[in-house]
Design a protein around this ligand. Structure first.
Ligand SMILES: [Zn+2]
Length: 146
């Protein structure tokens, strides 16, 4: 087996948890937002199923909630360092406003990483050994826009 790619870069790049080479999402950017959660049925590289069972990703709400909390803590740290948070003035309200704005803006990114983390919890590296069939077309049917 070839060298195992490191965990953190693979997660950050939304790579398939089994081979850490194929992409988990059809589009690498979150734009357009309407398609940002679209995933291929299987990893184009190793054949690992991206949605293990129907409704597999319903549990990701908890993960994205946790990520939102983590982002809030991160915001609290840099806000306190750069601007200071005191109870004697309005700084706590400034922080809350800034934090809500950032967490809302980051929501699409958090939702995608929630799925990535979720799949990494259930699929271990190299657990799915599968030869990619040579004759089956890898391209899923995409409507031809002329
Ligand atoms: Zn894969």
């Amino acid at each position: 087996m070839s060298q195992k790619p490191a965990l953190l870069p693979s997660v950050l790049q939304s790579k398939c948890p089994n081979c850490r080479k194929g992409k988990m999402f059809r589009q690498s950017s979150i734009f357009p937002l309407g398609k940002m959660l679209e995933m291929p049925d299987r990893c184009a590289h190793c054949g690992q199923k991206m949605e293990i069972e129907p409704g597999f990703y319903y549990g990701t709400g908890y993960v994205s909630y946790g990520l939102s909390i983590a982002l809030t803590v991160f915001n609290l740290i840099w806000f306190a360092l750069f601007f200071g948070i005191r109870f004697s003035d309005n700084s706590i309200f400034w922080f809350m406003g800034v934090n809500v704005a950032i967490v809302l803006l980051m929501q699409p990114v958090l939702m995608r990483y929630a799925r990535v983390i979720y799949l990494y919890i259930f699929v271990k590296y190299g657990s799915y050994e599968h030869e990619v069939p040579t004759e089956t077309p890898q391209v899923t049917q995409e409507p031809q826009v002329v």
